[in-house]
Design a protein around this ligand. Structure first.
Ligand SMILES: Nc1ncnc2c1ncn2[C@@H]1O[C@H](COP(=O)(O)OP(=O)(O)O)[C@@H](O)[C@H]1O
Ligand SMILES: [Mg+2]
Length: 271
């Protein structure tokens, strides 16, 4: 059984206005999946269904064998699926970094001795171990978001869901979070990145394209970004390097091969 199984899930906030329609997919342990979609396509709703903040109107979400349809499983699911949101300011609760990271484990009754270990583990995972006594207020956006991620990691989730967690960050902050994701993947954490940055989605193993509440395509980043029709239907763009390559071609420059990343572009232009 896959670590995460979403089967025929539909969800509506208001009667007869489904925002997710019959969504199905599986995510294996250790995979990195990106979910891309236009504003209002249902990405955040999906993210909340994955950690049982929302329960499907029909269909099932199963995490590590626990179904969110079963009330007794909710705690087990929330422990396994950590959700990080867009705005780090709304997710930080304490005035000192270590208290902030300890908040989650304290709430689920982790023993005092173990909390210290979890703080060290979580802050190291996001490269913020030197900021134990710092005030979150004084950190940069990227650093704050790394603390928010550490707060979730301190609960030792198997799956980390980042819901546009880089949307409010500058390019440096986004690069910091990309680094964290890389480290977590190496450590075997399953990562689901909801993003509207196509370059970010490019680093995933698989991409799900969400359009008007439906998954209209699933594939490797190259498969998805080669399918211009699907991207157009979903009102999405291509990675930056791809659009630069397009423009160059339009202007008569000989760009060879497919271009998805800066490296591809460099190679395509080498003579
Ligand atoms: N709490 C809510 N009550 C009613 N409608 C909502 C609520 N949250 C989201 N929606 C609607 O559901 C649709 C999908 O929203 P959302 O999942 O936030 O999409 P995305 O994250 O892709 O922008 C949108 O049309 C949005 O207006
Ligand atoms: Mg959203």
């Amino acid at each position: 059984m896959a670590l995460l199984e979403v089967q025929n899930v539909s969800y509506s906030y208001e009667k007869n206005k489904p925002v997710l329609k019959n969504v199905s997919f599986r995510v294996e342990e250790g995979e990195h999946v990106a979910v891309i979609g236009h504003n209002g396509s249902g990405k955040s709703t999906l993210a909340k269904l994955l950690n049982a903040l929302l329960i499907p109107a029909s269909g099932t979400v199963t995490v590590d064998g626990f179904s969110s349809a079963d009330k007794k499983s909710l705690f087990e699911i929330r422990k396994r699926v950590g959700l990080v949101f867009q705005n780090p300011d709304n997710q930080l609760v304490a005035s000192i970094v270590e208290d902030d990271v300890a908040f989650g484990p304290e709430n689920i009754g982790v023993k005092r001795e173990e909390i210290k270990e979890r703080i060290d583990f979580a802050l190291s995972a996001v490269g913020m171990q030197d900021f134990l006594k710092a005030s979150p207020m004084r950190l940069s956006g990227g650093q704050k978001q790394r603390i928010a991620i550490a707060g979730v990691l301190a609960l030792k989730p198997k799956i980390l869901v980042l819901d546009e967690s880089t949307a409010m960050l500058d390019p440096a902050g986004r690069a910091e979070i990309a680094e964290v994701v890389k480290t977590l993947k190496k450590d075997g954490v399953t990562v689901i990145s909801v993003t509207h940055y196509m370059d970010e989605a490019m680093t995933a193993d698989r991409i799900f394209v969400l359009s008007k509440g439906e998954i209209i395509k699933t594939g490797s980043p190259k498969e998805v970004f080669s399918d211009r029709e699907t991207l157009k239907a979903a009102e999405l763009c291509v990675p930056l390097a791809t659009s630069i390559a397009d423009k160059l071609k339009e202007n008569g420059v000989d760009v060879r091969g497919d271009v998805f990343t800066a490296e591809d572009l460099g190679a395509a232009l080498c003579v």
